[in-house]
Ligand binder design. Structure first.
Ligand code: NAD
Length: 456
């Protein structure tokens, strides 16, 4: 079906008011969960074929989060859709005031490739829970995953309600020519700017979930072993192809060597370098990214790792040391299994350096010193983050997830996501039986006094 037809039919379906019925939405969410569960073997196979992601990682970092979000909406979407009474104030006596949450309409969700299921399905689920229709455009890079989602959804949902349009730049550009009531985009900052410009033509509201270089502070008083364990997991999950992965480490000079050794030990324990890592580790998504990443590895600065295989697009988890802010690797988001470590002696100086960079999507601080943690939280602006952990903040759907500045606009996850696909219609309702006449002409000083009394 042509994109023009899909959008037109979704508009007609939305206008039928069917999606405004919360029980309809809950039914659809339950159905989606059941279908995903039934198709798990196909979903696991597709992502493995695309970039070697194991069943364990796919479940933990994709499907578990999708099921969790579906359950959250099934439980709460009725409550979050309820009309909310608010106080009115004397000036409008005897009126009452309330807010009606209403769906925005026909929405476009554009996904990124690195977590192809959850980054496409979770925004779509959120939009459906809030009562919208959805056109989903997954990333074209993991081609098998995109095809599986398209098949599962087209086999089970009518295209005038929930539909997948597959494709790349050409298809996305065509989609963006149409007027949507909301565009939700996950991807890079440069493409985010293209989406924002296209949306502006129709004043379409956007949520832009973008990327950036997420700093990770490791202070001298941190528990070194636990810090290394948490950072290694967060950084090398999905071969570092995670928007909120620690991009670079800022470690206090006094513990630099001990910390590097702890990272190395943790890597050796987590990934069996000698035997089967090359078979079991997630691949770099394509040759273009493999080439980009391989150029970032300065062999003189490799502390551990640095093994490459262009044919299989394998890069072993790599830690670089003796890095400064002027190194090439510090220019753009890394988005791969390479972790540069910068040591410092003066915290204020490195804080200034971080501030000179665009506001990151995440920031992580490892320290037991509450004073220093508070100072960093106060001084640095970033989307969200964690103290003494990395990445896991996104697994708590009570925490709105999103960037700030060049790392994004808007939030989602749980209620924040529901609200981002909702318009809050404000209503003041007055009965006929009383009218305070002080606002009407002829004006008088007494009327002005009353108004001043009410408003000041
Ligand atoms: P990308 O910007 O290249 O692609 C994202 C989507 O945009 C894809 O669906 C793609 O088909 C489409 N697209 C690409 N070029 C386009 C163009 N010129 N016009 C219109 N559409 C276009 O991003 P990616 O490579 O898929 O993902 C990597 C980036 O996404 C990283 O920067 C990462 O940090 C970021 N990211 C952010 C989040 C988040 O939640 N904030 C999550 C994952 C990834």
């Amino acid at each position: 079906m042509e994109i023009k037809e899909i959008v037109k039919e979704q508009q007609a379906f939305f206008n039928s008011n069917k999606t405004k019925d919360v029980s309809f939405r809950v039914e659809q969410l339950k159905k989606l969960k059941q279908i995903l569960k039934e198709n798990e073997p196909i979903l696991f196979k597709a992502i493995y074929d695309d970039f070697g992601k194991s069943e364990f990682e796919t479940y933990v970092s994709e499907l578990a989060l999708v099921y969790h979000e579906i359950n959250n909406f099934i439980k709460n979407c009725s409550k979050w859709s309820k009309i909310k009474r608010v106080s009115t104030g004397l000036a409008n006596f005897p009126a009452k005031s309330y807010i009606i949450p209403e769906p925005l309409g026909v929405t476009l969700v554009i996904g990124a490739w690195n977590y192809p299921y959850q980054l496409s399905l979770n925004p779509a689920i959120t939009a459906l829970a809030a009562g919208n229709t959805v056109v989903l455009k997954p990333s074209e890079l993991p081609a098998k995953t995109s095809a599986v989602m398209a098949k599962i959804i087209s086999d089970n949902f009518p295209s005038n309600y929930f539909c997948v349009v597959e494709g790349g730049v050409k298809e996305t550009t065509e989609l963006l020519e149409h007027r949507f009531d909301k565009i939700f985009f996950t991807g890079s900052t440069p493409v985010g700017k293209i989406i924002y410009q296209a949306a502006a033509k129709n004043l379409t509201p956007v949520t832009l979930e973008l990327g950036g270089k997420s700093p990770t502070f490791v202070l001298a008083d941190a528990d070194i072993k636990m810090t290394a364990k948490r950072i290694v997991w967060a950084k090398f999950l999905n071969a570092g192809q995670t928007c909120v992965a620690p991009d670079y480490i800022l470690v206090e000079k006094s513990i630099e060597i001990r910390f590097l050794e702890a990272l190395k030990l943790e890597l050796e324990q987590s990934f069996n370098f000698k035997n089967d890592i090359e078979q079991n580790y997630v691949r770099i998504i394509n040759a273009k990214n493999f080439d980009r990443l391989s150029k970032l590895i300065d062999n003189e600065k490799v502390f551990v790792g640095g093994t490459l295989n262009a044919e299989t697009r394998f890069i072993s988890p790599t830690i670089l040391h003796l890095i400064s802010f002027d190194d090439e690797i510090m220019k753009d988001e890394i988005f791969g299994p390479i972790l540069p470590v910068i040591s410092f002696t003066n915290l204020n100086e490195v804080v200034q350096k971080v501030k000179e960079k665009p506001k990151p999507l995440s920031c992580y601080i490892y320290s037991k010193n509450k004073k220093v943690v508070t100072k960093l939280l106060k001084e640095l602006s970033f989307g969200g983050g964690a103290i003494n952990d990395s990445v896991m903040h996104l697994s708590n759907s009570n925490l709105p997830f999103g960037g700030v500045g060049l790392s994004g606009i808007g939030n989602y996850h749980g209620k924040a996501g529901f609200d981002s696909f909702t318009h809050f219609k404000s209503i003041l309702e007055k009965p006929f039986w009383f009218e305070a006449n002080f606002k009407y002409a002829p004006y008088s000083s007494l009327k002005l006094k009353i108004i001043k009394f009410l408003f000041e």
